[in-house]
Design a binder for this molecule. Sequence first.
Ligand code: NAD
Length: 299
Amino acid sequence: MVFDSLVKGRRENLRWGEFYQGSTGNRGDLADCLARFRIDAVMHFAAFIEVGESVADPAAYYLNNVAGSLQLMQAMAQGGIRRMVYSSSAAVYGSPLRVPIDEEHPLTPLSPYGWSKQMVETMLADFGTAWGLRSMALRYFNAAGAAASGEIGEQHTPESHLIPRILEAALAGDRPVTVYGTNYPTPDGTCIRDYIHVTDLARAHVLALEYLLDGGPGGAFNLGQGQGASVMEVVRKAAEITGRPIAVEPAARRPGDPPVLVASNEKARRELGWMPEHSSLDNIVATAWKWHRKMKGLA
Ligand SMILES: NC(=O)c1ccc[n+]([C@@H]2O[C@H](COP(=O)([O-])OP(=O)(O)OC[C@H]3O[C@@H](n4cnc5c(N)ncnc54)[C@H](O)[C@@H]3O)[C@@H](O)[C@H]2O)c1
């Protein structure tokens, strides 16, 4: 079953299972939900996700992401639910000291958003020690792409993610994509990120849950494809797949944006048997394009 306040999510994207509208910020919602449904494990995605917004309004982030998670864990403790798959983030690493980034890399986030993810990871470990919660902290790199069917896809408000911004620009045709920083120490001067398809992420969640159900101890796992693409490579790929010209507008670097973020996914491959299968840049952009066209009534 899905528990979501819909503070950011959309009802029409919830296609499967039962739905309970509630907030992790509301103890009553959590208690009522746990009383109504027999729950064996929780996959915890609920959070605010905008790095820039978290810098401007840290209280909102610590309240929703940290205090909300704490209330959820307390409700789980009361209900005897001892398994959680948690949406962490590559943002816990901050500016990388080495790439590819492995799970042993120091955690020095650069924003309240990143710290909120790190703090919940620490709480999960402490709850593990205190009452046997077993948890998987899945550190996603850049989630991207859409369902191959075109049924569901990425739809954030505001949209800060690169691929939807590029595709929106391709559809609009009359505005350039802003590229933050064109003088990074990378081959074309733009930032390199590790894009991972949502279908691969979804598969990793199933494997993570099976791992916990099989008695696995839990821990932190990077979910990235292990290769990066630069902003300009993504723009070129989008122009190729959409068949539309995409203009770019160079802008200053954003504070806290490291030049390269690429995952080592060895641990997830080894311990979960996970392998990214849908994360070629072609497939990511093509599935996202299918979804964007459908949203605009063009498909
Ligand atoms: N999108 C990415 O690239 C990415 C990368 C790393 C980690 N993550 C993490 O993955 C998770 C999902 O991200 P997303 O991109 O799907 O974001 P999203 O905003 O689309 O989804 C978050 C969902 O949580 C809900 N929510 C927020 N606060 C809530 C609360 N207090 N109680 C109940 N529901 C609440 C929202 O309504 C929304 O449906 C987040 O935890 C995010 O930090 C995302």
